[in-house]
Design a protein around this ligand. Sequence first.
Ligand code: 6LW
Length: 498
Amino acid sequence: MTSATSPVIPGFHPDPSVCRVGKDYYLVCSSFEYFPGLPVFHSRDLVNWTQIGNALDRPSQLDLPPDTPSSGGLYAPTLRHHDGRFWLIVTNVASGGGNLVYTATDPAGPWSDPVRVPGVPSIDPDLAWDEDGTCWCTYAGVAQVRLDPSTGEILGEPYPVWSGTPGATAPEAPHLYRIGDHWYLMLAEGGTERGHSVSIARGPSPSGPFEPCPANPILTHRGTNKPVQNTGHADLVQAPDGSWWMLLLAVRPQGGTPGWHVLGRETFLAPVNWEDGWPVIGEVGVERAELPWPVAAPTPEPERDDFEPGDLAHHWISLRDRPTELVSTKERDSWLTLRARGASLDEPDAVLLGRRQQHLAFRARTLIDTAEGSGGLAVRLDEFHHYSIESAPGGRLSVIARIGSLRTITAEHTLPAGPVTLFVRTGPAPEPHDARTGPDSLVFGFESADGTATELATLDGRYLSTEVAGGFTGRVISLYAATGTAHFDWFDYAPLVR
Ligand code: 6LW
């Protein structure tokens, strides 16, 4: 059951950009240092979204050098449909990156190789076309330039356009729309933390001059006492029935005020009404009952992957590239094989295969065989903030906590050598703690052959939160190889009732 605080795409899926073709909505989010990049989602009702691919799934599309820091790489994309094609423009802040344009006839892919846009010098680029077919690229700061998106050539010098509310910081995430008689320029302001907000202005042409909405900010949850915070970085879309909707990022802090968010910035939905030619934004996180069309109840199903032959599911991500070892799986009838590359989880290029944590309460398990190396099951925010249960040859299990400069083994246990089922699950914030509860705890252990679970350690979840670690991503539940080769027979992930 969604509540008034439910995201429509949970887990770290920030900076959503959405477009509609006929009855089909498509949405893309930032993906930073992870490969493949730019997850692509499809919906028919704005509430139920299915990942249909990743726009950048080839090294020729996405270069994330080993020195790409956590939360580096791909920042905010813009997704649009024009002249029979889908267009994506995005900033790769990694070395050698810049602003890049991709096109596709099918948003599920394949997408083209990039066209570089060296003349756009900032992040958060937007694309909009006027009735003459001229393409206008507006970007953080806020400036604008006419662009040939097919060649990446800018047509004229960039110039400043409306840069938001006087005194507001960080005007970014611009999106330009032709709606009715006006051109609207919508921005995020205040930065992507607790002061985040959305403002809008309108004018007679794509380049203005723009008149700010008297009611700016049209959306903010500024403060620290709401169940949904950091609202901002929004995009607008019109439904086939003529109604308007906003997709935006927001977070769900847990454990007191200001709280800790662990799932990163998630995609939320809000209704939009129009008064005097200005958008008025309704409650973020709509109840399905408020939608003017039937919506099937999203059913969060437990997920299991037996690593059968064929492509990996779209939601699997790795750091900076997809080690070829992942592809050469099935060394032993449907096992995933990860071969370490000399980097542990404490390094930015560890060999891992992960999926975003998308529920505040979850349990994940895997059957691992580390006869030829060591590896395990981790909950990771970045190379400085992760917890893991690691299996080593000879049946040695260790629970390891990396919190900033601290790295410690919090529990050890020795089993008979052989494959073992490892698990991690969320639990309540551990006692004792200060006046404010933390977001949760993470419990690590193993299962015996008869399914009996043995807990080895309970770790405080607040250290795997963005408020502690910083950055733009969220927790990723990861299978990893630390040394040699680690084999995984299956993985399952299940939301738990909190
Ligand atoms: C995004 C920009 C931002 O490009 O964070 O804080 C960047 N603001 O809008 C990554 O999400």
